[in-house]
Ligand binder design. Structure first.
Ligand code: GLN
Length: 197
């Protein structure tokens, strides 16, 4: 089994560490690989898209030919987790800012996102939030976080903060506005592994 981490920007190593720890706890085996070029995604059984700058990541995914591979992989049903910029990229639609710049999205989750719903970098913060499927609240780290503003019938809301949707699932797709890789708590990476049959 192979789990790919899109390695263009963001907390790549932190996601690798978290998923490796989750694998150990869940007593499962998988190789974790970095994806910088096309040709690797088709061999992956699950994918993680870290945060960063969704504009840059989106452009590079298209330019490198990785975006179309991710779309095909998503259609085949493999679990994909997108955090922060990853939430923006997985969405079908964006807010005015996204539309104006025409930044490329993967367009997989039937949802519209507000790209910078929680303000700029200095508005980064942490908060305990309830997450559907976890018994105890999760300490969520928000950094220039997006949120989901509207969504289709196949989208299940997993958590909200101040009335805004900050994580959701649509079948094999899991999106989070916050950064689960930046805390020691790996329950969300464990949740993701359980999406992997
Ligand atoms: N709001 C940022 C964007 O759209 C994402 C921020 C992050 O990933 N920390 O690119």
């Amino acid at each position: 089994m192979q789990i790919g981490v899109i390695a263009i920007q963001g907390n790549i190593r932190e996601h690798e560490d978290a998923i490796l720890r989750a694998l150990r706890i869940e007593k499962r085996e998988a190789e974790v690989v970095r994806i910088k070029h096309k040709g690797i995604v088709p061999a992956c059984d699950a994918l993680i898209i870290p945060g960063g700058e969704s504009t840059t990541i989106g452009l590079l995914l298209e330019r490198e030919g990785i975006a179309s591979e991710i779309r095909t992989a998503a259609q085949s049903g493999i679990p994909i987790m997108g955090t922060c910029a990853g939430m923006v990229l997985l969405a079908k639609n964006g807010d005015d800012q996204v539309r104006k710049t025409g930044q490329p999205l993967l367009g997989l989750m039937d949802a519209t996102v507000n790209r910078n719903a929680f303000g700029r970098q200095k508005e980064s913060f942490e908060h305990l939030i309830d997450f559907k499927g976890l018994d105890l609240p999760f300490n969520a780290v928000f950094i220039r976080a997006p949120c989901i503003t509207s969504y289709g019938k196949d989208v299940e809301i997993l958590s909200q903060y101040t009335g805004r949707i900050v994580s959701a699932r649509q079948k094999n797709l899991l999106t989070l506005a916050f950064h689960p890789e930046l805390t020691k708590d790996i329950r969300i990476h464990q949740y993701f592994l359980k999406m992997l049959r």
